[in-house]
Write a protein that binds this ligand. Structure first.
Ligand SMILES: Cc1cc2nc3c(=O)[nH]c(=O)nc-3n(C[C@H](O)[C@H](O)[C@H](O)COP(=O)(O)OP(=O)(O)OC[C@H]3O[C@@H](n4cnc5c(N)ncnc54)[C@H](O)[C@@H]3O)c2cc1C
Length: 238
């Protein structure tokens, strides 16, 4: 079984390798299991533009998958018991048919690198709601590492914030130290993107909404009541 990350390198390397090894390849998986009947790898992935989720059975001598980043919690080093084999390679530059002329840093939102993500959803009511989230981020400052603003797809669809802030199946998958969901119901498409966060805090007026099923701390209240108090308190103590 060959598991690779669905990163830019994995996306490029895995299909080439699969072709050379004459293996099938299942890409962009979000869940993995082993079929107890025959030991084959079962790979779950979104299909039809994310509208459905399918399980693929990998068979054959080589079973290959690429896996989305952050869908699994990090494993303890050495916990799998496998041996780590460092391999030294020499790359003959003259064999390469591509040449890097320039590296340009892109101004993107690196949500998956943030320590804290504060995300807003349709429950914010309008785009001004994100100003309160920004104020909360400012009050936290750098005390607990980097803080970034995320959102649900509904907030993007309403035009309140750009899509590079979107968390979920068709957005970024993250696992920060703390995730704060403000006015987000917790639809499965959203949960896939944040459920592995180490601590989840949810603020929502509806006590029966899905987000509370995964939250470590839940506040059932209008966010416009909660956030100003929280911001004031943080400004006092930090
Ligand atoms: C193929 C596909 C892919 C998708 N991909 C994604 C994805 O990547 N990411 C994603 O997020 N969604 C995705 N979706 C959409 C997803 O199914 C949900 O529609 C979306 O996540 C809902 O967003 P929301 O929670 O902001 O809105 P809602 O479900 O409308 O929830 C709003 C919440 O705000 C609460 N609320 C209202 N007023 C207040 C207040 N004053 N204070 C506090 N709480 C309040 C309400 O109780 C409610 O729970 C996808 C859907 C499809 C079909």
């Amino acid at each position: 079984m060959l598991l690779m990350s669905h990163s830019f390198i994995g996306m490029e390397l895995a299909p080439r390798l699969a072709c050379r090894l004459d293996s099938r390849l299942t890409t962009d998986c979000i869940e993995l299991a082993v079929d107890p009947a025959d030991g084959c790898l079962l790979a779950t992935k979104p299909v039809s533009g994310g509208n459905a989720i399918s399980v693929f059975k990998c068979s054959g001598q080589t079973q290959m998958v690429t896996v989305r980043g952050n869908v699994f919690p990090p494993a303890e080093s050495g916990s799998a018991g496998g041996a780590v084999a460092p391999i030294s390679i020499t790359i003959d530059e003259s064999m390469s048919r591509t040449q890097s002329l320039e590296i340009v840093a892109e101004d993107t939102v690196a949500l998956d690198k943030a320590n804290i993500v504060i995300a807003g959803g349709a429950g914010l009511g309008d785009e001004d709601g994100f100003e309160l989230l920004e104020e909360l981020a400012e009050a936290l400052g750098q005390s607990f590492g980097s803080v970034m603003i995320g959102c649900s797809r509904m907030a993007v669809d309403k035009g309140w914030i750009s899509s590079d802030h979107q968390i979920g199946l068709t957005g970024t998958i993250i696992a920060p130290d703390v995730y704060v969901a403000v006015g987000i119901s917790g639809a499965i498409h959203h949960l896939v993107g944040m459920v592995h966060s180490k601590k989840i805090i949810a603020i929502n007026t509806d006590p029966s909404c899905n987000i509370f099923k995964v939250a470590d701390y839940g506040i059932v209240e209008d966010y416009e009541q909660v956030l100003p108090t929280l911001i004031k308190r943080l400004e006092e103590v930090l």
